[in-house]
Structure formats: structure tokens, C-alpha cells
Write a protein that binds this ligand. Structure first.
Ligand SMILES: [Cu+2]
Length: 153
């Protein structure tokens, strides 16, 4: 019995690091990938779950002192493009994944050497219903090249 309890406590501690929850919105595995060491932009990725009975909308992502936008990478006529997204619908009891090649938070205007691997970056996700949900992204080494995409807004 004692063993079972301590394993449960460990699992809780682990998931507390990897996800943050406010109300019915849960954000898991928030990471930032830099394409290369001195990249001027980086993409932030995560999984957003909505455990509520009502759908919600992600309308903004704010990072203090940074320019951050919600983007979607999409293939059009054989060319990968990044489009600015005004809002993302998070369905009730559903989830939306931000991943390379799809939705991402684009962080622009980085100076050389900023966001070293392991750096923690605080951000605020703004939802229509849930309001502000704080999240901490961890800068992680792997990722796909984000620099060659053309941007259309
Ligand atoms: Cu982008």
C-alpha cells in the first residue's frame, strides 16, 4: 500500500512539471525549438486540452518583451507557408496539438545567443472563456528548420 502511494505521488510530481492547468484548460509539454544556435526566430509548441463541456478559443499568446504570434504552417501549391492565425478553436473535451509543420507560436526578433537550450520562457495564453493561462516553455534542442519558410499575414 505504501509503495502504491509513493508511485502515485511521483506521477503527480512528474505531470505537474510537464503540464499546467487553469480551469478546464490544460497545457502539456510546452517546448521551444530553435532551428540553429543563432536563429532570429523560434517556434513554441505544446498540446492544449479542453476538459470543459464548452468549446474555447485561443485568441492570443503573450511573452513579455517579445513579439509572439500564432502561426500555422500549411502547404500551398507544393510550397510550405506560414500563415498568421487569429484564433484557434479548442473543442470541448478535445485537444489541439502545436507541432512542427502545423500550429506554432512564432517568437521573433531574437538576438544571437538568446534562448539557450534549457532556458525557461514564461508566456501567457489568452483564451476567450478560460482567460489567461500561464505556461512556461522549455527551450529544447531538436526541431525542424523554421527559417526557410515564407511568411504571409
Ligand atoms: Cu511561424
Amino acid at each position: 500500500m505504501r509503495k502504491t502511494l509513493s508511485i502515485a505521488a511521483m506521477l503527480m510530481a512528474t505531470s505537474a512539471v510537464a503540464s499546467e492547468q487553469v480551469g478546464t484548460i490544460k497545457v502539456s509539454d510546452p517546448v521551444i525549438y530553435k532551428a540553429f544556435e543563432n536563429a532570429r526566430a523560434a517556434g513554441a509548441y505544446m498540446m492544449i486540452s479542453n476538459m470543459g463541456a464548452e468549446g474555447d478559443l485561443l485568441v492570443d499568446v503573450k511573452i513579455e518583451g517579445r513579439m509572439a504570434m500564432i502561426h500555422e504552417s500549411r502547404e500551398e501549391d507544393g510550397v510550405m507557408r506560414m500563415l498568421h492565425v487569429e484564433a484557434i478553436s479548442i473543442p470541448s473535451e478535445g485537444m489541439v496539438e502545436f507541432a512542427p509543420g502545423g500550429f506554432h507560436v512564432m517568437i521573433m526578433g531574437l538576438q544571437p545567443g538568446e534562448f539557450p537550450t534549457g532556458d525557461m520562457v514564461d508566456a501567457t495564453l489568452v483564451f476567450d472563456r478560460a482567460g489567461e493561462v500561464p505556461v512556461t516553455f522549455v527551450v529544447t534542442e531538436q526541431g525542424m528548420d523554421h527559417s526557410g519558410h515564407s511568411v504571409s499575414n
